[in-house]
Design a protein around this ligand. Structure first.
Ligand code: AMP
Ligand code: GLY
Length: 426
């Protein structure tokens, strides 16, 4: 089987690493890919938002399956474009990807179908938002409606901060058109858990739980990032939490989407907060998380292609998802300055140390091959992921492995997977 994967980050490197283990995979292509992916797939330098370019590439390669990794092309409708060309595509349609693409859509859906989430109001007019805030309780959470690289969420401690945030999002358009609409949400506290799932439109199968560390600095300080590291499983995702979510959240979401005539086929990522009153949905994503995919996929025992094909064909009920009874930790090696300003093009050494290891993976996130040298090409550069019998062992292994890599301005958090991690106020 020939497979084309769209994307070029750590998530796609992890997806392709899993695909290579399947006897069904004959040839794997990737657009645009990165220097690490180039070692296991044929990369084509086409941007994920260049739909014409990707369609042309697909027509040249004629893949049997196309997997779309990132949110932007999914929300933009790439899945529909490629399906119309006759390809078997894994990734939700544009109508379904709105679950991630619009926070107000997701909130309205949860309200309508009684899926537990924070109380909220939606605003198209900044004046109405200012008025609402006068009598609101603080802290409070302001969210740009659309995609904003995980940065469109502002936690405000008082009225001044909230007014400034309304201006930033709705008037200054700091997050572009994503801020045309604003969601103002009740502030919740608790531990956060990421739960990924495969969905075939009707059936949903839950993967092992994971937890992301979103802030740039140790001790959960500094700016929000795409994710500085992950671990799986989350010790906070207890059997009781799982039971609650199965009864109130997972299937309810899939059924709600179907009832809204927005049948969801692909990956649903549930961002959950375990509050005192029980689990609540923070957000939905319509794709694998990055770097959640890196710790979840390495623990999965199933053939990824089989599971994906079952999703596309609507027979996911046949699949028994199995995860190893081990743990994984991913430590992101970033560039100093991320998520703001950072240098690119710095040569990376030590990458060979990871060859022939089956319990330590060096997933490339932002790398590029320049004159036969692998150089940095993004804020998040590599995701060093290790498997172990338990979280502590996986963590020790992952951190030891981070020392094998060197490049100028290398930066990492030192507390990934360090047990309890409580959501703090800004
Ligand atoms: P989101 O993109 O909606 O997941 O938000 C990004 C991050 O903001 C989450 O991972 C939480 O840490 C935080 N956050 C979002 N919504 C809330 C909320 N209602 N209460 C507290 N923290 C929140
Ligand atoms: N790590 C969070 C995300 O992929 O959105």
């Amino acid at each position: 089987m020939k497979i084309l994967v769209i994307g070029g980050g750590g998530r796609e490197h992890a997806i392709i690493t899993s695909l290579t283990k399947s006897p069904k995979a004959e040839k794997i292509f990737c657009a645009p890919g990165n220097a690490g992916i180039a070692g296991i797939a044929e990369c084509h330098p086409i941007d994920v938002m260049d739909f014409n370019g990707i369609t042309k590439l697909a027509n040249e390669l004629n893949p049997d399956l196309i997997i779309i990794g990132p949110d932007d092309p999914l929300v933009g409708g790439l899945s529909d474009v490629l399906s119309k060309e006759g390809y078997r595509v894994f990734g939700p349609s544009q109508r379904a990807a709105i679950l991630e693409g619009s926070k107000s859509f997701a909130k309205d859906l949860m309200k309508k179908y009684n899926i537990p989430t924070a109380a909220y109001e939606t605003f198209d007019d900044p004046e109405k938002a200012y008025q609402y805030l006068i009598t609101a309780d603080f802290p409070i959470v302001l969210k740009a409606d659309g995609l904003a690289l995980g940065k469109g969420v502002l936690i405000c401690n008082d009225l001044n901060e909230a007014n400034a945030a309304v201006k930033e999002i709705m008037l200054d358009k700091k997050f572009g058109a994503a801020g045309n609409r604003l969601v103002i949400e009740e502030f919740m506290t608790g531990k956060e858990v990421s739960v990924l799932s495969f969905v075939d439109g009707n059936t949903i199968k839950i993967m092992a739980s994971a937890q992301d560390h979103k802030r740039a600095g140790d001790g959960d300080t500094g700016l929000n990032t795409g994710g500085m590291g992950t671990f799986s499983p989350s010790p906070f995702y207890t059997a009781e939490v799982d039971e609650f979510c199965r009864q109130n959240i997972y299937q309810a979401t899939v059924d709600a989407m179907r009832k809204e005539n927005r049948e969801f086929k692909g990956i649903i990522f549930f961002g959950l907060m375990l509050t005192e009153k029980g689990p609540r949905v923070l957000e939905y994503n319509a794709r694998f998380g990055d770097p959640e995919a890196q710790v979840v996929l390495v623990r999965m025992e199933n053939d990824l292609i089989e599971v994906i094909e079952a999703c596309i064909d609507g027979r996911l009920f046949e699949i028994d998802l199995k995860f190893n009874d081990n743990a994984a930790v991913c430590v992101v090696l970033a560039s100093q300055g991320y998520p703001l300003k950072y240098e690119k093009g710095l040569p990376i050494s030590g990458l060979n140390s990871f060859e022939d290891k089956n319990d330590i993976f060096c997933f490339h996130a932002g790398t590029e091959l320049k004159n036969d040298t692998v150089v940095t090409n993004g804020g998040r550069v590599l995701g060093i992921t290790a498997l172990g019998d338990n979280l502590q062992k996986a963590r020790t292994k992952a951190y030891l492995a981070t020392d094998l890599i060197s490049y100028e301005n290398k930066y990492k958090r030192n507390d990934i997977g360090e047990g309890v991690w409580i959501q703090k106020r800004d």
